[in-house]
Design a protein around this ligand. Structure first.
Ligand SMILES: NC(=O)c1ccc[n+]([C@@H]2O[C@H](COP(=O)([O-])OP(=O)(O)OC[C@H]3O[C@@H](n4cnc5c(N)ncnc54)[C@H](OP(=O)(O)O)[C@@H]3O)[C@@H](O)[C@H]2O)c1
Length: 312
């Protein structure tokens, strides 16, 4: 009887502690969301997909938004849509900067322009990027270099362009949109996966180096998102893939991921893995059972080659 009563007491105490922790987290998140009001947010790759959804989400949260992509035309559409967004707070005109993430020398001037709007940027969302489809043996080295330039060096250059002001002000938040493929490499995605692994390492290092300046770094690694990413993916020859993959079509909505991005900034999360449980499990398996993981991936590659042979 005494044991049962003791067990019940421990369970009740645990439930109370968990409830208290949940309420504390919720209060912190709420305070973080309120603190977003008026913050200057720069989002790369904001002309479509996740970047566009992030522009809406941060704008609704009361932020001053600077959107970036390669062409003014695409960004003007996004600005027009943002003008119709219902906000709790008085709105500020949305600014834009155009640049190519592959044009590393041009990024420094673009970031000067971005800083000139409000004197600084509080939150940087490194989101712009492209995907890739192909086997390593068939892929031209120029394709590897191009994907790495856009997804990795582009994000590095944008961050370096905005970081000095953040350090000077002893505040800021840098977000890197990576991918589950930045944690685990899958066959026929070498260039993409490698660029995202590099992103993970760079921003993990950055987090450690800038913590002393009050700057936070979040790496967000989603599984598939319903966007145009696979349509614009580059192939082994450098051509555009042009297909909507089933995995992409059945992924999370860009709006749901954007909400998580905003919450990650508000809660100052270091890292977030987003997606169904089996994707997250794969990231743990890769580290705990690397040999088993290697076998599974080799089987997967073989199966994919077999399936392709059947359709050609
Ligand atoms: N969709 C997924 O399944 C998925 C999963 C995990 C992670 N992600 C990541 O999410 C991020 C956003 O991708 P998305 O899914 O939203 O794809 P998306 O709809 O194709 O958007 C890609 C964005 O990147 C910009 N971009 C592409 N190449 C660029 C370049 N050379 N210079 C400047 N901007 C460039 C595009 O702008 P312009 O073409 O107008 O310049 C566009 O705004 C990427 O980093 C991607 O790796 C996506």
């Amino acid at each position: 009887m005494k044991i049962v009563a003791g067990g019940a007491l421990v369970c009740t105490a645990l439930a109370v502690v968990m409830l208290w922790m949940k309420l504390r987290r919720r209060r912190r998140l709420q305070a973080g969301l309120e603190a977003l009001r008026g913050k200057v947010v720069l989002i790369t790759g904001a002309s479509s997909g996740l970047g566009e959804a992030c522009a809406h989400a941060f704008y609704r949260a009361g932020c001053r938004v600077i959107i970036c992509a390669r062409t003014e035309e695409e960004l003007t559409h996004v600005i027009k849509d943002l003008e119709n967004v219902q906000r709790k707070w008085p709105s500020e005109e949305v600014k834009f900067v155009t640049f190519d993430l592959a044009d590393i020398p041009g990024i420094s001037a673009a970031m000067k322009q971005a800083n000139s709007f409000y004197g600084h940027v509080d939150i940087l969302i490194n989101n712009g990027g492209i995907s890739y489809r192909g086997s390593i043996i068939d892929t031209k080295i120029e394709v590897d270099v191009s994907v790495m330039n856009i997804n990795y060096f582009g994000a590095v250059a944008v961050t370096k362009g905005l970081l000095p002001k953040m350090v000077e002000r002893n505040s800021g938040h840098v977000v890197a949109i990576s991918s589950i493929q930045g944690k685990v490499a899958i066959p026929f995605r070498s260039a993409y996966s490698s660029s995202k692994h590099a992103v993970q390492s760079f921003f993990d290092t950055l987090r450690a180096e800038v913590a002393q300046h009050g700057i936070h770094v979040s790496v967000i690694s989603p599984a598939y998102i319903q966007t145009n990413l696979s349509l614009f993916a580059v192939t082994s020859s450098g051509k555009t893939y042009g297909k909507m993959d089933e995995t992409t079509k059945s992924g999370m909505t860009a709006e749901a991921v954007a909400r998580e991005v905003v919450h990650s900034v508000a809660a100052r999360r270091n890292e977030l893995l987003l997606g169904p449980f089996h994707y997250r499990l794969a990231t743990y398996l890769r580290n705990i059972l690397p040999d088993a993981f290697a076998k599974v991936m080799a089987k997967r590659a073989q199966k994919q080659i077999g399936a392709e042979k059947k359709t050609t």
